[in-house]
Every structure is written in structure tokens, then in C-alpha cells.
Ligand binder design. Structure first.
Ligand code: ATP
Length: 359
């Protein structure tokens, strides 16, 4: 069942004396009940504006928002039953954690005191806040504040949960633990959720599906595997993946390969018309150093890491360096000559002008 649907949703900010800003340019999305969708994109692409419109904190310039099949755009935020946990916590400093959680519930009519206390205790237990219910926000760690913020969104038993950069203020270790907890809580409680993030790792590890956004437009929607393995365009290919995908411009030859330089020609995964300007995309882990076959290359640098190494190679006459993931046991010397091969089935070819994947 579709729980949340956005239809051609738009937002233009207009302020006097300034050109209008098209922050969101027609978004279509449908979330199944219980699904966690990651909204991923660089700063300024319109993620927060989208979330704020769904929550009712920002007016819409066009399109519709449906929750459980019913349009909610004419309803004020309090009447939408959407739980929101923001990046900046937005907790009330004079209130204790328990009071912060109860606040949203008490504001609603028909909640008896006992019910409020029971719900607060239940959520506090789920989100691991039981020991700090009497503390005030100022005395909490960043991780605790983010959990309180999440609990406050959950306690109202919302139809839809919106999380804006929920892990952004945590250090690397806390982020790992909290990420796992968040996934467990979301699964257990089964909320239909949109998680906004600019952190690809967060999106890849938490989301059932990811929508990649740029300049107010969704570039691609798919499972984490689909987004990673079959990027729809150059932007998605480049934005998702660490170290980033190698993107090599070339011209298609009469035998259907991409000519990157006089001596470097790469086979393509699909037939492409001769003379077309393309960009070949190949991920660092889909390249291997080989004994004999493969393209000759010179080692520019090699960073040995714990689980893998990252080699930077120069291909003859090719301007862009080629980044290759190596095994942890590989030793490479500066200026050493090696051979490198790409698995053609795992390369992607994009139109250089439009950036779209050629299939
Ligand atoms: P970030 O991750 O940095 O928060 P974002 O992807 O969430 O970025 P938004 O905050 O939604 O992006 O902003 C989208 C665009 O709309 C940006 O160009 C921003 O400057 C603009 N914008 C956002 N709010 C307003 C506003 N109240 N008035 C005018 N322009 C705005």
C-alpha cells in the first residue's frame, strides 16, 4: 500500500528584489507502507525544502502531497500526523527529556495523563532513554539529543516519519551504533520514513530505496544496489561511491571502442555509434592489475590501507588519473610500469553531452 505520495511537488522561493529560487522542481515519489526512503543529494539541492513541505512547515508552490491516499496540503502541520526529527534537535531547553516527549502528546486533545506517561515510557525504552528521562537537554551528549529528537517524533505514532540528517552531529563511532539502532527501531515500529542526508554511506546502509536529488530534481530512484551498480547518469555515478568512480572522456572508434588517447582504447559494454563523444565510467574496485593483458600504465601513487590499497595510475596520453583498488598485499613503487584491466561488463558508458547512461 502506498502510504506517502508526492505528485509533481514544487517550491519557488520569492523574495522582493531577488530573482526567484526554484528549490524543488516537480518531484514524484511513492513510498510503500513501512518503507525507508533515503533522500540523498549535495547541499542546496532541495532536500530540506521537500521535507518541510511534507511536514507542513513550508507552503507548496505546486503539486500535491498524499498521506494514505488523502491530500494533506490544505492541512496545517499539527493536523498531518507526521513526525519530524530535525538536524538541530529543536528540543525545549527548560523541559526534561520526559516532558519534551510528552509535550507533543499533551498538545493533542483526548490523551489522558496515564496514557501520555505510558507512551513516553514505552518509546523511552525503545530508544534507550530510560536512564535520562529527568535530564534537561543542555546536559545531554549529541547522541542523546538526537535520540530524544527521534523519540519525540515517534511518540505521536505518526503515519509518516521524516528524519533530517539524524546522525550528522555524531562522531564516527557513535554514528555506526546509532545507525544500527535507528534501522532496528524503524523496522520494529514499521514507520514509513524519509531520511534526508548528504552522506551516501548513511543512505546506502539504511535505506530500502534511495532517491538521488540535484538542483531540485530527482535524478534516479532505486535500491542501493541499483543506484550503485546502474547509475542513470554521470551525476549519480560520480556522487555515489568512495573512492569515486573513474570517469574517462573518449570518442567512439569504428570498431566500437572508446578512444581515450592515441594508444588507449577501451571496450564498451553496449554498441555505440562511431564518432560519438562519451564518458566511460569504471569503479576503482572493478579494475584489476594484471600480469600481461590489459592497458600499460604507470604508478603515480599507492596508498596502502588496512583492508585494501588505492593506486593512482597514469594511462599513456590520458589526462585523468585512473584510481584502482588493490588488494592489501599489493606493493607498488612510484613510476613502476603495470598493466590494468577493466571488466567490460562492469563499465558504464554515458553520453558526454547529456550525461545520460547509454544502454
Ligand atoms: P542542505 O543540506 O545544505 O540543508 P538542502 O538540499 O536541504 O541543503 P534546501 O535547504 O532545501 O537544500 O535549499 C534548496 C535551495 O533553496 C537552496 O538554493 C537554498 O538557498 C534555497 N532556499 C531554502 N530556503 C529558502 C528560503 N527560505 N528563501 C529563499 N531561498 C531558500
Amino acid at each position: 500500500m502506498t502510504e506517502l505520495e508526492l505528485r509533481d511537488l514544487r517550491k519557488t522561493f520569492r523574495s522582493r528584489g531577488r530573482p526567484p529560487v526554484d528549490a524543488v522542481r516537480g518531484i514524484d515519489l511513492a513510498l510503500r507502507s513501512g518503507e525507508l526512503l533515503g533522500l540523498l543529494g549535495p547541499s542546496g539541492c532541495g532536500k530540506s525544502t521537500t521535507l518541510r513541505m511534507i511536514a507542513g512547515l513550508e507552503s507548496v508552490s505546486g503539486g500535491d502531497i498524499l498521506v494514505g491516499g488523502t491530500s494533506v496540503i490544505d492541512r496545517p502541520a499539527q493536523a498531518r500526523n507526521i513526525g519530524v526529527a530535525f538536524e538541530n534537535y529543536a528540543l525545549y531547553p527548560p523541559l526534561t527529556v520526559a516532558e519534551n516527549l510528552a509535550f507533543g502528546l499533551k498538545a493533542r486533545r483526548g490523551n489522558a495523563r496515564g496514557d501520555v506517561q505510558r507512551k513516553v515510557a514505552e518509546i523511552a525504552d525503545r530508544v534507550d532513554l530510560t536512564g535520562i528521562l529527568d535530564a534537561r537537554p543542555a546536559g545531554l551528549s549529541s547522541g542523546q539529543k538526537q535520540r530524544v529528537s527521534l523519540a519525540r517524533a515517534l511518540v505521536r505514532e505518526p503515519d509518516v516519519l521524516l528524519l533530517d540528517e539524524p546522525l550528522s552531529h555524531l562522531d564516527a563511532a557513535q554514528r555506526d551504533t546509532t545507525r544500527r539502532e535507528l534501522k532496528r527501531i524503524q523496522r520494529d515500529l514499521g514507520h514509513t520514513t524519509i531520511l534526508v542526508t548528504h552522506d551516501q554511506e548513511e543512505a546506502l546502509s539504511l535505506a530500502d530505496r534511495i532517491a538521488v536529488m540535484k538542483d531540485g530534481v530527482i535524478q534516479q530512484i532505486g535500491t542501493p544496489y541499483e543506484i550503485y551498480d546502474s547509475p542513470a547518469n554521470l551525476f549519480v555515478a560520480d556522487f555515489v561511491g568512495e573512492p569515486a568512480i573513474n570517469l574517462l572522456p573518449g570518442t567512439v572508434t569504428d570498431d566500437g571502442r572508446a578512444r581515450l588517447s592515441d594508444s588507449v582504447h577501451l571496450a564498451l559494454p553496449v554498441p555505440v555509434t562511431q564518432g560519438r563523444e562519451v564518458v566511460v565510467g569504471v569503479r576503482p574496485e572493478d579494475l584489476s592489475l594484471t600480469g600481461e593483458d590489459g592497458l600499460p600504465a604507470r604508478v603515480v601513487a599507492h596508498e596502502p590501507l588496512l583492508e585494501a590499497g588505492v593506486a593512482t595510475l597514469a594511462l599513456d596520453g590520458v589526462e585523468r588519473p585512473l584510481v584502482v583498488l588493490t588488494g592489501p598485499e599489493v606493493r607498488l613503487a612510484h613510476d613502476e610500469q603495470v598493466r590494468v584491466a577493466a571488466d567490460t561488463r562492469l563499465t558504464h558508458v554515458f553520453d558526454a553531452e547529456t550525461g545520460e547512461l547509454l544502454r
